[in-house]
Design a protein around this ligand. Sequence first.
Ligand SMILES: Cc1ncc(C[n+]2csc(CCOP(=O)(O)OP(=O)(O)O)c2C)c(N)n1
Length: 539
Amino acid sequence: MSADRTVADLLADYLRQAGVTHVFGYPGESLVDFIEVARLAGPQVVSAAREASAAFMAEGAAMRTGTIGVCLSTLGPGSTALLNGVASAQLDRVPMLAVSGQVDSSREQFWTHQLIDHNRLFAPVTKLTARLDAASGETVLRRALRTATAERPGAVHLTVTMDSFGKTGAGTGGDGKVPPLTSASAGLEFFGDEPLRALRAARRPVLLAGAGAVRCGASGVLAELAAHAGLPVVVGAMAKGVLSEDSPWYAGTIDMAGHQVIWQLLASADLIVTAGFDPVELITPWRLSVPVLHVDTVPNTDQVYPAAIEVVGNVGSALAWFLANWDDGPRWSEAELAEHRASLRAAYHAGYAPGRLNPSELVETVRSVAPAGTVVTADVGSHKIMTGQAWPTYAPRETLITNGLSAMGFGLPAAIGAALSSVPGTPVVSMIGDGGFAMTASELAVASRLGLGLVVVVFSDGGLNRIELHQASVGYPLAATSVDRTDIPLLAESLGCDGIRVESVSSLEKALSGAFGSGRTRPLVIEARVDTAQYSAQF
Ligand SMILES: Cc1ncc(C[n+]2csc(CCOP(=O)(O)OP(=O)(O)O)c2C)c(N)n1
């Protein structure tokens, strides 16, 4: 290890080794040493319009690739602004390394201007907070990367004082290599007969698959088990694609539009086998009394649902074990599942307003023209609930949804992060509400600067619909929930994008005609004026 290696060199080196190609941030004086090192040798530093967006970009990149997302902020106002995106990664179980600068170490103990105690600020929204310096840099970095990626993955925050980044002598505490960054080991902690007996004894078992199954790469074995044992598979919104949605065993996405139909299916089961399902994937409380067999990388410490039997370890290995030991007939028929999906479709279309642009039509029309392999992100609000149910997803990590923190402001930055970490030319769509758009529209200039031909679909209804629905449900008049109307196409154009407004399916189809497959390098923003009647019928 060279004695003149700085902390900035060390950080950049470890990130490159960890396969990190982009770091998302917003600069401040405290970061310039790192920015310079990264400019020369990588990873590429992408500056966002604000820190929280930078963290959401990192989260989107990590959701897409499964590797760690990295974001940067300066001290004080930079770190407080970063917080939302860090908390988002933590609750979405996405591995993230967040790094913030800090004043010189000589002033850190007493200074007041812009000084925030990062350990206290980030402790509640991370798995670990620590200081990165020359003395223990290697060990701290290994610890940070390993902690963020270990099950359940989440966020780690590191503070680097202004004098530390440029300080030499870093890199003497190890072998100079990143530790293994897999999230789940291959093993199982529990091989007793009880889980097998429970599954065999069940007449109407249902699988409930979640983000842990995606992280464990359990898609293939999940599909095989479902087909072999005839099991319906309900998925969490953050696990969409873990079972291809054209499978005859797909039974819908929990707690998205039409959710009553899915809860009815679960209530009719005599055993629910969770497969890496995480309670952060729920929105409504768990009210079922059906027995649960918990299969996950971690024990059922949340206790959101009680589970008498637990299988803890790699979700794919656990499902393979069930599969290898299944010697009985199918429990459900494909015809039953087809009937269930038809009911779900009908529930999804409830409240349809003839002659208007309905949110269901918006989702279905965009989906119908988006090519295979399109990546979609959703922001947070009623549009997410609609997209989460009716955007058929055929592979994991193609539909990126936040259900942990569920922070507005996620959708557009996550699409930028996902686009940058996908094979160039991968189509990327972002479905966002006009409230979330107002929060993050300035990031369109970033997408434009980077030459990303995103398709951004704004569900424009002039209101914060999810909250309006709640006001209506408790009998309050609508107040403080309107979204100020702006000329969205004009705004988009001023930010280096193409912009268009549509109010009908036919104008939407026209707007989408050149949206995909033409090698566009300018984002396209479609303001879709939707009718909200369907939203009211859904919830
Ligand atoms: C940062 C943040 N602030 C507030 C909320 C609470 N919230 C959840 S949905 C929602 C409304 C979103 O409105 P909009 O973006 O227009 O989408 P719509 O519901 O109309 O589809 C709000 C305010 C949140 N989830 N995140």
